[in-house]
Design a protein around this ligand. Structure first.
Ligand code: HSE
Length: 311
């Protein structure tokens, strides 16, 4: 019997991952958004409820990432089924954890299941990206792709889009520290340089290639040496109060590496044990507290599954 409604979870993600600006990302187990879709009146697409956003997200279906993603999907497949969307945000907006991407991914994943379309992740991807575009004003797939595909992904190219799933160590732990600041991706992109020196390109490409090799071969020492961003981090660190202090605390607690998650303010730190991952969370939270800010911390391995049906 076909469903009348569906509830799904779509995971947050860490993008850029040090040197991989716009080309690397991985999915987390938590946090993540919940999206509920209900079949409704013929042809009508609407947002019935949004929670957890402090009233900040639009109900206008042309502006909300979830509805834009579903509208793109319905148009492409000439589907006239009406759908009512409920968005339950379970992570901060402007957190650097792919919040808009998670809602767009949850929406297309849920629509595919609800309408029994049997579309592949490759076919769902452009619609989730259309949703992400309205929030970040840029085409970047490094949150959408890991959230949708699960796992650690490399975006080899954008024209055409080419997503490669890459291996990562079984015991890789990620601690996310999310200081209570909001940074809009569009603004964090507007301050980036439009040109970079060849010297920096050589350093960045060396690091990104080595990072992927280190992940694929479980070489923690290589991951540590290559989790280094010479282009974006020096510019965006200024947006995050106490960035270098927080990073120092993570490294002293035993992190393999630490950097900005997406466009921030969240930061991520890798470790290879749960004990160290917990210690990083405690120590970095303390630093943020001493800076007079609240924070949330999450500990997660790489989520290889991606979105899932809850109900
Ligand atoms: N790669 C994007 C950026 C991710 O850094 O602008 C945004 O979360």
């Amino acid at each position: 019997m076909s469903r009348e409604s569906i509830k799904v979870f779509a995971p947050a993600s860490v993008s850029n991952v040090g040197p991989g600006f716009d080309i690397l990302g991985f999915a987390l187990f938590e946090p993540g958004d919940e999206i509920i879709l209900r079949k409704s009146l013929y042809g009508k697409l609407e947002i019935s409820s949004i929670t957890g956003d402090s009233g900040k997200l639009p109900y206008d279906i042309e502006k909300n990432t979830a509805s834009v993603a579903i509208k793109s999907l319905l148009n492409k497949h000439e589907i006239s089924q009406g759908i009512s969307i409920e968005v339950n945000k379970k992570m901060g907006l402007g957190s650097g954890l792919g919040s808009s991407a998670a809602s767009a991914v949850g929406a297309v994943f849920a629509a595919n299941e609800l309408l029994e379309l049997n579309l592949s992740v490759e076919e769902l991807l452009p619609h989730a990206l259309a949703g992400e575009f309205v929030a970040s004003k840029a085409i970047h797939a490094d949150n959408v792709a890991p959230s949708l595909y699960g796992g650690f992904v490399l975006i080899r190219g954008y024209d055409p889009i080419d997503i490669i799933k890459i291996k990562s160590p079984k015991n890789l732990y990620c601690t996310v520290i999310f200081p209570d600041i909001e940074i809009k991706t569009s603004e964090a992109r507007s301050i980036l340089p439009t040109e970079v020196s060849l010297k920096k390109v050589i350093s960045q490409t060396g690091n990104v290639a080595a990072l992927i090799y280190g992940l694929a071969t479980t070489d923690y020492s290589l991951i540590a040496r290559s989790l280094n961003d010479v282009i974006i981090e020096p510019v965006r660190a200024k947006l995050i109060t106490g960035y270098y202090e927080i990073k120092k605390a993570a490294m002293e607690a035993g992190a393999i590496g630490c950097n900005i998650s997406g466009s921030g303010p969240s930061m991520f730190a890798f470790s290879n044990s749960e004990e160290v991952a917990n210690k990083i969370a405690t120590e970095t939270k303390n630093v943020v507290k001493n800076l007079g800010l609240g924070s949330a911390a999450y500990i997660s391995k790489v989520n290889e599954v991606g979105p899932r049906i809850l109900d």
